[in-house]
Design a protein around this ligand. Structure first.
Ligand SMILES: O=P(O)(O)OC[C@H]1O[C@H](OP(=O)(O)OP(=O)(O)O)[C@H](O)[C@@H]1O
Ligand SMILES: O=c1cc[nH]c(=O)[nH]1
Length: 173
């Protein structure tokens, strides 16, 4: 397993992406962050803190578990949409740690559309490892990491794993 992003690198990525979100949306009007569980949730909260530090505005952050909407995991008969607010006409920024086949993001978008009608949906990925099976691309990417199918990306975040680090490992590791 080798490290490709350390704590400082992750911090810089969050700062850069926060700035990119502000630039793309010309501020933070109607911006809502939605973190895909598990680690996307923590990244969304970190982005929220950074956005507030830069703009002095605290945007809403919600969590989404799109398991139920995954076409390949229909046996998971549950859905956890921890939505406190309405996202009708909002600029939704979806946040995930790893972008891979795109199936999780597709499921997340389905979940959003079932609930409300956002004005736009933008996508943040801490790592894009390629191998997309659907026409989905990230708008804000921390690091593009070409991988082979025999590898996996391991993301560790302090809030969940006790340390900050992103690693490339062999699937069996
Ligand atoms: O593009 P995809 O092929 O859908 O893969 C990417 C997703 O896979 C991982 O989640 P996982 O299902 O392992 O859940 P976890 O984040 O709770 O560990 C990762 O956190 C992304 O959400
Ligand atoms: O390599 C991968 C693929 C999906 N999700 C991960 O966390 N790592």
């Amino acid at each position: 397993m080798h490290k490709i992003l350390d704590e400082l690198a992750i911090k810089r990525v969050i700062a850069r992406i926060a700035n990119e979100i502000i630039e793309r949306n010309k501020g933070l009007d109607d911006v809502v962050l939605i973190g895909i569980v598990t680690r996307g949730e923590f990244l969304a909260h970190r982005l929220c803190e950074k956005l507030e530090e830069i703009e002095g505005i605290r945007v809403p952050v919600y969590n989404l578990n799109p398991e139920f909407f995954r076409d390949d995991r229909r046996h998971h008969e549950f859905m956890l949409m921890d939505f406190m607010g309405n996202i009708d006409d909002k600029r939704v920024v979806l946040v995930d740690d790893v972008l891979y086949t795109g199936r999780t993001v597709r499921a997340a978008m389905d979940a959003l559309m079932v609930k409300d009608r956002p004005r736009s949906v933008q996508l943040v990925g801490l790592v894009d490892r390629g191998h997309r099976e659907l026409p989905i691309r990230g708008d804000f990417i921390g690091k593009n990491v070409p991988t082979s199918q025999s590898e996996k990306i391991v993301v560790r975040l302090k809030e969940h794993d006790g340390e900050d680090g992103v690693y490339v490992a062999e699937k069996g590791e």
